[in-house]
Design a binder for this molecule. Structure first.
Ligand code: SF4
Length: 334
C-alpha cells in the first residue's frame, strides 16, 4: 500500500506544490492536500500558538491539524535560502519543530532543508535522504528530482507567460483544467496586487480579493506574472529592476512587484499584508512610496483572523470608485 503524504495548503504550498507533488508521486507516494482554508481551521490554528504569531503561520498550523489523522507522514520542507545571501523569514525555519510542539497527534514529519549557501552537494544529500523514505534506489530518486525540477520550471513559466495566478497554474498542471484567459478590455482598470503568495492566493485569508476584483471587471496582475529573465545560472527567474539586491525571499513578491507595477503604469496598486508580519510592515511602506512617486493610487489591506469581510468589500469598492472618478476627471480635462 502506498504511503499517504500530507501537504498543508498554506505558506510554501503556493510556491512549490507542483514540484513537491511531482517528486513524491514519482516515488510512489499518495498525496493528500489539506482542505481549502476556512474560518474554523484558522481559529483552530490560532488557538494552538501564541497570539502574536503572524496570521499565515496560524493558518499553516490549522492545516497541519486538519491533516493529522488523514495521512501517514507530513511533508514540511524548511526553505532557508534559494539564492546567494537571500534568506527566508525565520518563521519558516521553525515550522517542523513548531508543528511537532503544538499539534496533538501530528504524524511523522518528512523534513528537507533547502539552503543555497551550503552548496549543491548538500542539496543532493537532502533530496536523497527525503527520497530514501520511499525507495533505496538512487537512480529512481535522481529521476524523480529531475522530473520535479522540470515541473517547477513549467509552473513558473506558465504563470508568467499566460498571466495565470498560482491557483490557476496549479489547476492547469495537475488537473488539466483549461483556463479561459479573458481579453484585456481597453477601458478596464489594471490593478497590481503586492503581497506574499500565501496571503493573496489563499481565498479565505484574502477574502477573495482576486475574485472580487475580476468580478468588478478589473484586470489583475500578481507578482508571479512578472516577465522572467535568465539568472546567472541560466535558470528562468523573475527579475525586478528596482531590486538591485534583495535580502529576503519575499522582497520580490512585495517590493519588486510594486516596482514592476509602477514601471508599467498600472491604474492602482493594492498591497495586502498579514497581521503581525514584521517584514510586511517595512516592505509595504516602500511599495507605498514607489506608488506615490509614480502618482499611482495605492491602498493597503491588513488581514488577520478576525478581519470582517464587509470591511474589505467596502474598501475595494471605494478604491475602484476613486480611480474611476479620477480617470473621468482627467478625460474631461483633455
Ligand atoms: S514573512 Fe511575515 S507573514 Fe510570512 S511567515 Fe514571516 S512573519 Fe509570517
Amino acid at each position: 500500500m502506498s504511503c499517504k503524504v500530507g501537504i498543508p495548503r498554506a505558506l510554501l504550498y503556493y510556491k512549490y506544490f507542483p514540484m513537491w507533488k511531482a517528486f513524491l508521486e514519482k516515488l510512489g507516494a499518495e498525496i493528500i492536500v489539506s482542505e481549502n482554508t476556512n474560518q474554523k481551521l484558522i481559529l483552530q490554528g490560532a488557538s494552538l500558538v501564541v497570539s502574536d504569531t503572524c496570521l499565515p503561520v496560524k493558518v499553516f498550523i490549522g492545516h497541519v491539524l486538519s491533516l493529522s489523522d488523514k495521512c501517514d507522514k507530513l511533508l514540511i520542507p524548511v526553505v532557508r535560502s534559494t539564492s546567494e545571501k537571500v534568506y527566508n523569514c525565520s518563521r519558516f525555519l521553525a515550522l517542523p519543530d513548531l508543528a511537532r510542539a503544538v499539534v496533538p497527534g501530528v504524524p511523522p514529519i518528512l523534513e528537507i532543508e533547502f539552503d543555497y549557501s551550503r552548496g549543491k552537494s548538500y542539496l543532493y544529500r537532502q533530496i536523497y535522504s527525503l527520497g530514501k523514505n520511499f525507495t533505496i534506489n538512487p537512480f529512481k530518486i535522481k529521476a524523480a528530482a529531475l522530473y520535479a525540477w522540470e515541473t517547477h520550471q513549467r509552473y513558473h513559466e506558465i504563470t508568467a507567460q499566460q498571466h495565470l495566478t498560482r491557483l490557476e497554474a496549479i489547476d492547469l498542471i495537475h488537473n488539466g483544467k483549461s483556463i479561459t484567459i479573458k481579453e484585456t478590455k481597453n477601458d478596464g482598470l489594471t490593478i497590481g496586487i503586492a503581497g506574499h503568495p500565501y496571503v493573496l492566493h489563499d481565498e479565505q485569508v484574502s477574502h477573495n480579493l482576486i475574485k472580487r476584483l475580476k468580478a468588478a471587471g478589473v484586470n489583475i496582475l500578481t507578482p508571479e506574472m512578472a516577465p522572467e529573465a535568465p539568472d546567472s545560472n541560466g535558470n528562468g527567474h523573475t527579475q525586478f529592476a528596482g531590486l538591485a539586491k534583495n535580502y529576503w525571499e519575499s522582497e520580490e513578491d512585495v517590493v519588486g512587484a510594486g516596482d514592476w507595477y509602477t514601471r508599467i503604469k498600472v491604474d492602482g496598486i493594492i498591497g495586502i499584508m498579514a497581521f503581525a508580519c514584521g517584514p510586511d510592515s517595512m516592505m509595504m511602506s516602500l511599495v507605498q512610496r514607489q506608488a506615490h512617486s509614480a502618482n499611482i493610487p495605492f491602498m493597503s489591506l491588513t488581514v488577520e483572523e478576525h478581519t470582517a469581510e464587509a470591511g474589505i468589500v467596502t474598501r475595494i469598492e471605494a478604491f475602484l470608485d476613486m480611480i474611476h472618478r479620477a480617470r473621468r476627471r482627467n478625460e474631461q480635462c483633455v
